[in-house]
Design a protein around this ligand. Structure first.
Ligand code: ADP
Ligand code: MG
Length: 475
């Protein structure tokens, strides 16, 4: 085909039922037999998905797929002609199909419209739903058998979409993961270690009650250009319907050392270890906070739940920021935030003073970043205590361990942080080690009651990286 221009196509699951392809893309039309009934999916295909050669061809008797190359050419609805349709009354089947299909389609469209409205350029190429096993087998061909996760993700970043694997590929990966052991529990689901083609992956499983959280976290991870070496590598999102309930999965890279909280509980760190961890956490947060302008840009994002349990330690000794479930994105052209924000989310112990006393100005996006920086200071404090210098270090403690009860209330925290204006103690002996002295200074400058006086993530990153340089020069 000699098609260059972008196309407009019918898209079931998009805002306005329309999507737009990139140049060299196609409109996609398909019908599959799912749980004994036909389900049509129409959407846009990217050039890289076209190259996959899978989407444009039907298979056996379970699906028909079609690609076309003019505006709205996928408008026509395809049908499968299975033997079963000749049995019994056609009328009865039609009524049955209408009774089942109409409400379920309406529901799907309603749910998915919400997401698509936000990033409709990456509209969904599939309805991730319970599927005919034959069809599932068929979809395995989407993921070349010899490829590992690194290659798949690499292919994806060079193919230009930049925000995540195609949804059919995500689903195919998710459905061939074998769960191994439960490794963690947090606010929402349970986190498991799973295996996929001989590699470990982490699977965060949400209950259907927490569908909104699953949706939100998957959406944030698929923000264009979010990928960064210090942000947890997202692999796939999938919702698996087993008839009576829905299991919601988020698949990500697995880090066997677990959270920074777990790591610091078990290990002390050398000065170099500390600096590498601090630098990578600051780099991850600086990337999250940074707005990159342009078509290949990213919005500024605030995390809103920075704490040692939401940072993971990699085998290489660096760290990644995880648990983006509460993050908010800033739209700088309209100066708006992408979701309605309720007042106090996050972990009470790590809440900035302006959140505790409710003086935060939520109309200013900077306010969310500054609250993250306050929490970053607390994480640095937990980290620096475990830094072993000449055999001296402190035990692991959570911030304010000596000032508030175990599961502190907002009121407990407010009394200490706002009224008494207390902050975690910076030990005197930190002054005798250059790196710890700098860490202590950074913490104080992250903890100002006046949030506009706090350091930015970029400044923290630069200051920490200077410690590295100084140490290298000394060596
Ligand atoms: P929640 O939203 O429920 O708090 P998190 O994403 O914070 O879930 O994960 C909960 C815990 O599971 C983490 O504190 C960590 O101990 C563990 N965990 C999460 N993701 C991974 C991963 N990719 N590799 C290893 N451990 C992980
Ligand atoms: Mg968490």
């Amino acid at each position: 085909h000699d098609v260059v221009a972008a196309l407009k196509c019918v898209c079931h699951l998009c805002a306005n039922h329309t999507c737009e392809t990139e140049a060299e893309g196609a409109c996609w039309n398909s019908v599959m037999l799912i749980d004994g009934r036909e389900e049509a999916v129409k959407s846009c295909l990217s050039p890289s998905e076209m190259k996959g050669q899978v989407f444009c061809y039907g298979s056996r008797h379970v699906s028909k797929r079609n690609c076309c190359f003019t505006d709205f050419c996928n408008n026509e609805t395809l049908h499968l002609h299975t033997e079963r349709s000749s049995e019994g009354s056609v009328w009865g089947q039609l009524v049955l199909a209408a009774v089942i299909l109409v409400p379920s389609c309406l529901l799907c469209v309603a749910v998915v419209l919400g997401v698509c409205a936000v990033h409709h350029q990456r509209c969904i190429h599939s309805k991730a739903r319970a599927q005919d096993p034959e069809e599932l087998l068929d979809d395995q061909s989407l993921v070349s058998p010899e490829k590992g996760l690194k290659e798949l993700i690499c292919d994806m970043s060079t193919s230009g979409s930049g925000s995540g694997l195609p949804l059919l590929v995500q689903r195919t990966i998710a459905r061939t993961i074998v769960l191994q052991e439960s490794i963690g529990k947090g606010r929402f689901g349970e986190v498991w270690r799973g295996r996929w083609r001989g590699e470990d992956v982490a699977v965060k499983i949400f209950s259907s009650r927490d569908e909104r959280s699953w949706f939100r976290e998957a959406e944030i991870y698929q923000t264009i250009m979010l990928r960064h070496e210090n942000i947890l590598g997202f692999i796939a999102a999938d919702n698996k319907d087993n008839g009576s309930w829905t299991q919601l999965w988020l698949v990500s890279e697995y880090h066997e050392y677990g959270s920074l909280f777990d790591y610091l509980n078990r290990h002390t760190v050398s000065v170099d270890d500390m600096i590498i961890l601090a630098l990578s956490i600051a780099s991850g947060l600086a990337h999250l906070h940074m707005e990159i302008v342009g078509t290949q840009g990213k919005p500024a994002i605030a995390h809103r739940d920075i704490k040692s349990k939401n940072i993971l330690v990699k085998k290489s000794g660096t760290a990644v920021i995880a648990d983006l479930g509460l993050a908010v994105k800033h739209n700088s052209t309209t100066n708006t935030i992408d979701i309605p924000v309720n007042h106090r989310v996050g972990t009470k112990r790590y809440m900035a003073p302006e959140i505790l006393d409710d003086t935060i100005n939520m109309n200013n996006f900077e306010a969310f970043k500054r609250a993250d920086i306050y929490a970053l200071g607390l994480v640095f404090w937990e980290l620096a205590r475990r830094c072993s210098v000449r055999g001296l270090f402190e035990d692991f403690q959570l911030p304010y361990h000596d000032l508030v009860p175990c599961d502190p209330s907002v009121e407990d925290m407010r009394r200490v942080v706002c009224d008494q204006k207390l902050r975690p103690n910076i030990p005197n002996q930190w002054q005798s080690c250059e790196a710890l002295r700098v860490m202590g200074k950074i913490m104080r400058e992250c903890w100002y009651a006046n949030s506009s006086a706090r350091l930015t993530a970029l400044r923290v990153k630069k200051t920490v990286s200077q410690v590295t340089v100084i140490r290298e020069v000394k060596d």
